[in-house]
Design a protein around this ligand. Sequence first.
Ligand SMILES: *Cc1c(COP(=O)(O)O)cnc(C)c1O
Length: 419
Amino acid sequence: MTLLACEGGQPVRPDFLVFGRPKIGEEEIAEVADTLRSGWIGFGPKCLRFEAEFSRFAHAPHAVSVNSATAALHLALIVLDMRRGDEVVTTPLTFAATANVIVHTGARPVFADVDPQTQNLDPGELERAITPRTRAVIPVHMTGWPCEMDAIAAIARKNGLQVIEDAAHAVEAWYRGRKIGSLSRFTAFSFYATKNLTTAEGGMLTTYDDSVVERLRILRLHGLDKDAWKRYSQGGFVPYQTLEPGFKYNMTDIQASLGVHQLKRLERNLEVRERLWHLYDEGLAGVEGVRTPRLPASPGTRHARHLYTIQLDLEKLSVDRAQFMKALSAENIGTGIHFVPVHLHRFYQNTYGYRRGDFPEAERIGDRTVSLPLSASMDEDDALDVVTAVRKVARHYLLRETVASIAIEAETVMPDARV
Ligand SMILES: *Cc1c(COP(=O)(O)O)cnc(C)c1O
């Protein structure tokens, strides 16, 4: 058997495949240069153009640009007047920011467990988590696969809850014939460096609610009645008033320069990731020790393919996940973990008394999940390297008992020519 690179063998590839490397085109670079030369680099005309184009793309009446999805989620909670004594339900299987913003408003983050197949908030668990204090729910479209929004919306309606979607993974996603961004009162998108559409840092909040848009625009810029673009650009300086203490959450024209061209290339990038996804599905099918994603059929629903996550069958492996990832890293394959469930983080345990065991499905996924590189900057050879490395590492660490028990089907274990 070929020696693992972490034990002194040859790595599968000579150079490191970085996890989440963005694809930046010459159009973005030219647009950023144009902005830099224009003399206006802050919030301005390119942000407004990006907002208009994004709102059209998302089938959302309004899109408010901000400097992160975290800011978008926070602003949505603020205009919904979330405060101490309120409860907001979300999934524990998310990035810490989804829960942190609930804490910032004074409300209590309440978690509800996920569906083991989709990794998304389980509507039945959401219903069980509701109390008389519950005011909102934040479903997260994990890996880019939409949550069961019909069920969640019905529960929200019945219980008088507001819905804020965390679509940080799901910019290209559709749910039963409807574009993500057009379904709920609020949807937050992330344009962080590793996301499907990136502006290095950035985010967007879409809404169909005309009555809150102006306040959102004011809150993202200190709570001023006039943004700097209006203060300085149109016929000289105009004095401004603070209407309420807002936030420094605005996007800049440099970021929007990236955004408008990333948006144009979104569909093509998704096609690239779909091809990589199928190579992973094919190359890793039936590999002992790892499980590939299985999603239910859902007509009119489109996966945004942000994260390809495998689940390690730890019972069949002689090493833990950390060692498995270290071995992949030595093979020059970068990986990630999405996510360590939020209720297992120290702050949430110390502050709210959450414990391991509270959300078994999220924990089972959180303990076993490994995200493989999935970026439009990769080509098919990169994906085949990942397949080769995962097969090599999994085979090496398969427990002897497992090997013995599958020995009778040894013929069906495909020899991999590249290992
Ligand atoms: C990345 C991410 C966020 C935060 O996005 P930022 O734009 O970095 O603030 C929120 N939720 C999820 C699920 C994410 O993956």
